[in-house]
Write a new protein. Structure first.
Length: 190
């Protein structure tokens, strides 16, 4: 079970890093929501903001729970029959999906926030979060395989045949579509 204690240290690092990243992202979104130019923009970013706000409240519970198990000296507490340990595994699996959504939220924001300061921050948060997501996914697959409890990840289909979050599978940089106002020309009037 020493292996699990080491994995818990990694989970702790990842989710405290994620907590900080979500706060940075929400701080960036807050003025956008407050100064939205229309209801669509306000609702769109408010929806993302609320989802991340809910994640923060879950992380407030998860981070101390990870810490508690990480510091445990009694190996029996890591048994699948332990309700608290099962809760920890459930919460970790839920937050794996939360990391997936966070990466998607960052990708969506990158379409809108193209100025250097915000796009740089969003790209940095995205890169770290994507790597953390991949690591959490692999670690949870390994942990779940060690226990004979027939757990099947209900979200495994997201990346089963194609990881749509992986930027290396995209042929080139993601282009942000620009709107061109169609003007009248002599040829267009015929």
């Amino acid at each position: 079970m020493q292996e699990l204690k080491e994995e818990l240290k990694v989970f702790y690092r990842i989710f405290t890093t994620t907590y900080d990243a979500i706060e940075k992202f929400m701080n960036m979104l807050d003025p956008v929501i407050e100064n939205a130019t229309d209801d669509h923009e306000r609702l769109y970013y408010h929806h993302i903001f609320e989802e991340e706000e809910q994640r923060l409240s879950r992380l407030v519970e998860l981070i101390p729970l990870i810490s508690t198990f990480e510091k445990e000296k009694n190996e029996v507490d890591f048994a699948p029959t332990n309700n608290e340990f099962n809760r920890l595994l459930q919460e970790l699996n839920l937050e794996k999906f939360g990391l997936h959504n966070f990466v998607e939220h960052l990708d969506l924001a990158l379409f809108r926030f193209t100025d250097e300061e915000r796009s740089t921050m969003l790209n940095q948060l995205r890169e770290v979060s994507y790597q953390d997501y991949q690591q959490v996914k692999a670690m949870l697959n390994d942990i779940n395989s060690r226990f004979d409890h027939e757990y099947t990840d209900p979200h495994a289909h997201h990346d089963e045949h194609h990881d749509h979050l992986d930027r290396s599978t995209i042929a080139g940089p993601v282009a942000v579509p620009t709107k061109h106002k169609k003007g009248f020309t002599v040829g267009s009037l015929i």
